[in-house]
Design a protein around this ligand. Structure first.
Ligand code: HEM
Length: 97
């Protein structure tokens, strides 16, 4: 059984529930996953020194003390298009990053 099925129905409902449930939920999940995957492909993110990660449950869930992060560029990832191109095109793709 999935953990989700074992939980009470409204123990987690960021998109509301009942007759006025959010109609954008599937879009929001797709967008969120794409955003995180795109950012994390290029950047390694760590919590900034001294930053506390605590939730502030309001109408939406917020970070109580903000969420300052330290970002570090990852090693260049050559795009698929560049990998199948010529060496010059690969260089060009790397320069654009
Ligand atoms: C992370 C992103 C999002 C969150 C957390 C979120 C959350 C919510 C919540 C809590 C409600 C109220 C539900 C209720 O009253 O029970 C709502 C309603 C609604 N959301 Fe979202 N939403 C998100 C993204 C979106 C997107 C991307 C769209 C449109 C493309 C959208 C369209 C709507 C609409 C139209 C309603 C009103 C539905 C109604 O009252 O019948 N939302 N959303």
């Amino acid at each position: 059984m999935e953990a989700r099925e074992a939980r009470p129905k409204f123990s987690y409902f960021p998109f509301g529930g009942g007759p006025r449930v959010c109609i954008g939920e599937p879009f929001a999940w797709m967008e969120g996953v794409l955003l995180i995957a795109t950012i994390a492909q290029r950047w390694r993110m760590r919590l900034a020194a001294g930053q506390r990660a605590e939730a502030l449950p309001m109408i939406t869930l917020r970070a109580k003390f903000g969420m300052r992060m330290q970002v570090e560029r990852r090693e260049a990832v050559i795009s698929h298009a560049a990998m199948i191109g010529s060496e010059a095109e690969q260089q060009e793709a790397l320069m654009e990053r």
